[in-house]
Design a protein around this ligand. Structure first.
Ligand code: BES
Ligand code: MN
Ligand code: ZN
Length: 490
């Protein structure tokens, strides 16, 4: 799909569809008015007949409007006068789902919606992402392939207004990263294994300026990554740590920013086995890893002048004769010992060794880990916000700004020393669980013990990386938009 800019008068625009707006008082935008005039009041007649009122994201498709260049007009309601970003996204999603199946050119007369808080560039970025979302469809393991109808999409999108092409490129890159993360999250766990994720990273590296290194389970065992190995050893699928080095800064030695994703390609719980209901969904326990791959993919498109390390810590959490048991004590790469009281708290075990490895080897300027870490975070924040844990106010601000701008929201949850004692163990330096209270915070507390003074933040995406049930069931691609915006602002 091509993105174009045009300043042509709307009535003359050649398009398979032109999108114009009205507000909830039924008032047409200037562009909608121009089309109404050119068509002898065709649009106003529909409003007078109350075919559409103008509520947020309400749409009305008018085919074959005489007197104008476009073959169809899509009227879209913009609701209240001052648009909030969430409503704006709803409007764009409605436009994208109504028009993404058309061929030819779709023209968007939306420039008048730009404000100081939601400037034209924001709209352009979000438009590209809305079309990306509308056009994504999982087909990989569905019987019949290359169904041409499923691949239908417009040849081009035209923004009627001032130049927003850089914003389109950014939005497109994010959309590409989101689609990639969705695909990885949706793939079944017998395909998307730690080795598969490693192969994907190698593929990304071969296609772009990315230096990829894979550490296998044996190497990690030799290094002393006992926490990682304690999880990986329960499965016959070998665990992997994946390091992707992107060096865009003029100074290749400038300290990199690190993002680290949890890549448990299936979480049975291990010996502390999970209940069977909906266990299939635990294939999405690698969505932190998917978001890192998606973000690296977007960075390869955008080529920002920063150094970034994308790291993935990947294993399958299985019950087995050689799986770890509750009560086992393991020594982490940092030297600290952990009593595994629950083998289902495996995410923090694979993450802590990756944090130590990443910090020791790359001395990052900052570290953000992304993990489907706790059911408790999902219970607290639902599917709206990812949990944000950090004691670093600068990082908190950067992530909150990126979240607010992208609409990929976060909510800060506590990470105070008062919670640390919940991890006390009589038999090791710490336990891997903190009991029934404050589960999302105690998980973050566990990770906080492996930061070695590096500015660090933890994103718990258990609620936001996946939609459960029914038609919406599947991966969301979050938090790729957040991560890309966060890194681009560095
Ligand atoms: N991957 C899960 C967390 C999770 C639960 C993600 C539901 C998405 C949806 C994680 O490994 C886990 O099992 N956490 C346990 C921790 C507990 C044993 C302290 C949990 O949240 O129940
Ligand atoms: Mn688990
Ligand atoms: Zn897990």
């Amino acid at each position: 799909m091509q993105y174009q800019i045009s300043n042509q008068p709307v009535a003359g625009v050649q398009a398979s569809c032109i999108v114009v707006t009205l507000d909830q008082s039924g008032k047409l935008s200037d562009a909608a008015n121009a089309i109404d005039q050119a068509s002898g009041g065709f649009i106003q007649a529909r409003i007078d007949a109350r075919d559409i009122e103008g509520k947020t994201a309400q749409t009305l498709l008018l085919p074959a409007v005489a007197g104008i260049g476009a073959e169809r007009v899509l009227l879209v309601g913009t609701g209240k006068e001052t648009l909030k970003s969430a409503d704006a996204v709803k409007i764009l999603n409605a436009i994208a789902s109504a028009t993404s199946g058309y061929s030819g050119n779709v023209a968007l007369a939306l420039a008048h919606l730009a404000t100081d808080t939601l400037p034209a560039a924001w709209w352009a970025e979000q438009i590209a992402q809305a079309y990306g979302n509308a056009l994504y469809k999982y087909t990989e393991t569905k019987g019949k392939k290359d169904d041409a109808a499923e691949k239908r999409q417009p040849d081009s999108l035209t923004w009627l207004g001032d130049d927003v092409s850089a914003a389109f490129s950014k939005g497109e890159a994010i959309a590409l990263g989101v689609a990639y993360a969705k695909e990885l999250g949706n793939l079944p766990p017998n395909i998307c294994t730690p080795s598969y994720l490693a192969a994907e990273a190698v593929k990304l590296g071969a296609a772009g300026a990315l230096d990829v290194t894979i550490l296998d389970e044996e190497e990690l065992e030799k290094l002393g990554a006992g926490a990682f190995v304690s999880v990986a050893k329960g499965s016959s699928e070998p665990g992997k740590m994946i390091v992707m080095k992107y060096q865009g800064a003029a100074d290749k030695n400038a300290a990199p920013h690190m993002i680290l994703g949890k890549g448990i390609t299936f979480d049975t719980g291990g010996i502390s086995l999970k209940p069977g209901l909906n266990m299939d969904e635990m294939k999405y326990d690698m969505c932190g890893a998917a978001s890192v791959l998606g973000t690296m993919k977007a960075l390869l498109e955008l080529k920002p002048a920063i150094n970034v390390i994308g790291m993935i810590t990947s294993a399958e959490n299985m019950p087995a004769g050689h799986a770890s048991k509750p009560g086992d004590v393991v020594t982490t790469l940092s030297g600290k010992t952990v009593e595994i009281l629950n083998t289902d708290a495996e995410g923090r075990l694979v993450l802590c060794d990756a944090m130590t490895y990443g910090i020791n080897n790359f001395k990052p300027a900052s570290l953000v880990d992304i993990a489907t870490l706790t059911g408790a975070c999902m219970a607290a924040l639902g599917r709206v916000n990812s949990g944000l844990f950090t004691t670093d106010e600068t990082l908190a601000g950067e992530l909150q700004n990126a979240a607010a701008y992208s609409g990929d929201k976060v909510w800060r949850l506590p990470l105070e020393d008062d919670y640390q004692e919940l991890l006390d163990s009589n038999f090791a330096d710490m336990a891997n669980i903190g009991g029934p209270l404050a589960g999302a915070t105690t998980a973050a507390c566990f990770l906080s013990r492996f930061t070695e003074g590096t500015p660090w933040a933890h994103l718990d995406i258990a609620g936001t990386a996946w939609n459960s049930g029914g038609k919406a069931k599947g991966s969301t691609g979050r938090p790729v938009p957040l991560l890309v915006n966060y890194l681009l602002a560095k």
